[in-house]
Design a binder for this molecule. Structure first.
Ligand code: MG
Length: 448
């Protein structure tokens, strides 16, 4: 049995599969969405995008689905479009932050959220049982092109922005991805100064790799410093994430920016629930508590965060990788909205470096341990039973202490365990990580 879906859709290395693979996935998707329904199709800027887009298009139409072609656009814009157009759902061809040789698919439900685990299981069942059904010639799907909903998306963000008196000077690094027609234009409309880097679409990603990590955004850090800008903004390939650089050219971690958004949301609402995954920093958890809010913890994965937010009417949700969900906008991560909200915060409260300096500081370290195949569950249950005190076991095992925590979590895709430690001092963090790596290695030895 083949599992198609990872934490965020289906991904593969282009050279690992022939075109038969996306053609089959198109037929599977068409069978899932069923004849007579409208399904949106979009893509990011990857070189393999049009090839996979067209394979999916053929599959969907041959199963009787009408296809709405949305062209190249960011994932959040695509999710907005599916919801706005009131259609059965959509598929965007994207590998998000992965290197250029990857591509993939994200399946979007009619309400604009990513597919639930149950929906993914139904798709996998059709794939594994080869239960695809195509329709006769006179029921083949039609094809429409839609480019207006993208403007409505931009206007929706612009209309929600409430900037303060400080004029904000930005540098936007689009990373040759889908944000090039969105963030620079939106910020210009909001009367910010906008300089751009890598703002031309190019699926070879010649400017930098698509993941906006500190290592990949060196040019942005330099540009912010050189131009005396207030903030640097870097998106991943499909622009559902935004990473930031402060006014000194220093990289802001995703947990630090999430903490600023949590403070902002709690100031606006007075109180409320903020949904974050189990690997979130104490920096975020502390400010939620200090500002009168409540942190709700989920397993890792943005679709789970989004669904939990809807269920409990949360005021904010997000991950420490720059993916933030603003429920007054959309129930999905949105890099453009994240950039605008950051600019809003600076326009009211002044230099972002000063806001970051006020946040509680912690040190985080992680490492991984290779584990023998098939032993993952045994190791995790042993870690759970041997751990001191109470543990949180919704996704791996999290052991909480007053001034530090440890998370031991199996990877979803590789035979490894990730061990993460966060604590008040760097020295303590290093020692706790070493102790816990040894502890887990002993358990593995014992079980082998
Ligand atoms: Mg992404």
């Amino acid at each position: 049995m083949t599992h198609l879906f990872g934490t965020n859709g289906i991904r593969w290395i282009i050279d690992d599969h022939s075109i038969d693979y996306p053609v089959k996935l198109g037929l599977v998707a068409g069978t899932y969405f069923a004849p007579g329904n409208k399904v949106a199709l979009g893509m990011d800027t990857r070189t393999s995008g049009p090839m996979i887009f067209n394979a999916m298009l053929s599959g969907l139409e041959s199963c009787g689905c009408d296809v709405i072609d949305l062209g190249i656009l960011p994932t959040p814009t695509f999710q907005y479009a599916v919801k706005e157009l009131g259609i059965a759902g959509g598929i965007i061809v994207t590998a998000s932050h992965n290197p250029p040789e990857f591509n993939g698919l994200k399946f979007i439900a009619s309400d604009g959220t990513e597919f639930s685990k149950e929906q993914e299981a139904t798709v996998e069942k059709i794939f594994n049982e080869n239960a695809m059904k195509n329709v006769p010639w006179n029921q083949i799907g039609k094809q429409y092109r839609e480019r207006h909903v993208q403007d409505r998306y931009r206007n929706s963000i612009i209309s929600k922005a409430k900037l303060g008196d400080n004029h904000v000077r930005t540098v936007v690094d689009c990373g040759n991805g889908t944000s090039w027609e969105y963030t620079p234009g939106i910020l210009t409309k909001l009367k910010c100064e906008v300089l751009t880097l890598n703002a031309q679409p190019d699926g070879r990603f010649p400017g930098r790799l698509p993941e906006p990590t500190e290592d990949n955004v060196g040019s942005l850090m330099m540009a912010v410093k050189q131009h005396g800008s207030d903030i640097g903004i870097a998106h991943d390939g499909d622009a559902d994430r935004a990473a930031f650089v402060d006014d000194n050219g220093k990289f802001i971690t995703g947990d630090q920016s999430l903490a600023l958004f949590a403070v902002d949301a709690l100031k606006k609402h007075g109180t409320g629930k903020v949904v974050v995954p189990v690997n979130t920093s104490m920096t975020v958890l502390d400010v939620i508590e200090e500002n009168g809010g409540e942190a709700i913890i989920t397993p890792v994965g943005s679709p789970l965060i989004a669904r939990k937010m809807m269920e409990i009417k949360a005021i904010l949700g997000g991950e420490g990788n720059g993916g933030v969900i603003f429920p007054d906008h959309l129930y999905c991560r949105d890099g453009m909205m994240t950039a605008v909200r950051m600019v809003e915060i600076i326009s009211h409260n002044g230099p972002v470096s000063e806001l970051i300096a006020q946040l509680p500081e912690y040190f985080l370290r992680r490492d991984k341990i290779r584990i023998p195949h098939g032993m993952r569950n045994d190791i995790i249950s042993r870690v759970k039973s041997d751990a001191p005190g109470e543990v949180l076991d919704i996704d791996g095992i999290k052991i909480d202490h007053d001034d530090h925590w440890i998370l031991i979590r199996p990877s979803g895709t590789e035979p490894i365990l990730r061990v993460t430690v966060e604590s008040k001092s760097e020295e303590q963090c290093k020692n706790i990580l070493a102790d816990n790596l040894n502890w887990v290695r002993e358990i593995i030895k014992d079980l082998s």
